[in-house]
Design a protein around this ligand. Sequence first.
Ligand SMILES: [Zn+2]
Ligand SMILES: [Zn+2]
Length: 443
Amino acid sequence: MPHPLLRPIVFFSCLTVALPAASELKPLVEAKVNAEYDSLEAIYKHLHAHPELSFMEVNTAALLAKELRALGFEVTEKVGNTGVVGVLKNGPGPTVLVRADMDALPIKEATGLPYASTAVVKDLSGNEQSAMHACAHDTHVTGMIGTARVLASLKDRWSGTLVFIGQPAEEISGGARAMLADGLYTRFPKPDYALALHTWAGLPAGVIGYGEGPFLAGSTGVDIVVRGVSGHGSSPHLAKDPVVLAAEIVGALQTIVSREIKPGTTAVVTVGSIHGGTKRNIIPEEVKLDLTLRAFDDQVIQQMIASIRRICAGFGVAAGLPTDRLPVVTLVADSTGVTSNEAMLTRRLAGVFTEWLGADRVQQFPAVTAAEDFSFYGKTTDHVPTTLWFIGATAPEKFMEAKLTGVPVPSNHNFGFAPVPEPTLKAAVTSMSAAVLDLLAKP
Ligand SMILES: [Zn+2]
Ligand SMILES: [Zn+2]
């Protein structure tokens, strides 16, 4: 059997019929995208104004389920908590999984857009939070609906099975694991390929960014509790001060990347949160540090974890702490591995995007240290080839402005991140439709 990633080679003769190429399908897809655009923009603006936090995406999931069902997908809800699975069987051929993540972030939006979110919603713990689609997962859900409409309208032009999933809780790296644990690969057709796109502030709107191999970093959360012996602020000699020790540890952690990791290797250690103490004249009992680690190699993450443990224990001993009061280092459950794009699949789709969108709108993009739980779909024993590409979302003139002012364009997760809807959504729908049409081309 030929490798499924290789396109059949067509030897032209007077009897041979060429495969349906971009030139044939592209105008049909473009016409459909244009016809659907107003409706898609309305859905996008509705989702943008109504963000829901991780594992709380009830209304977003219901909307996606309704749209897929209306197009003939067989839809199952509540897969992996709030996840949606839509299956469309359309004859023999491979199975393609397409993933859209659905959750928003606990950020108060400050874009000034007329459809900006003012929502205050409950998080998983029941706390009220301002919420915003600051990672543009609303464009992913809308893009999935658009792609489903395109593919449903062109059913006679492709053959195979679609598995479209609305995934919860990407932002806390829990949703992919939850859907897989709930039988994504056993209760539904197992994919031959898994595809995702992610809207990206660092590219001009409508431009595709792709990359082979490691594309997004592995991410591990580490919690450190620096314990001391509390006492009166006036009498530090009678206490062991965890504030000073935490400060020393934060400083020492900076030497992991600069002194221990081989130069040229990507590695990040960030202490994103430090909390301790209640009052100026009390030496507190403990100080808490929350860290995130990033690398493009899971081994490098392991090396950083070992260094953190060594530094914490060593500085604790140096501070004269008793052995039962040394800092406690815990790994956080929301870690993800490196998102690595399967080379042959990525190369093939990069060719498809270039054919469909033109070389000026498709660029090879360097790996970034953001992390994604999409990596889990390729890390089961099934070894499904996966690839994720970026869709640019920022107005090109904003990059010029940023160069002049020195103020960077708002990135993903920034309260000012405001994708330009039309080029972003159209590129999302067109690139995903083109990818699926290529993978499920009729022989
Ligand atoms: Zn995000
Ligand atoms: Zn995201």
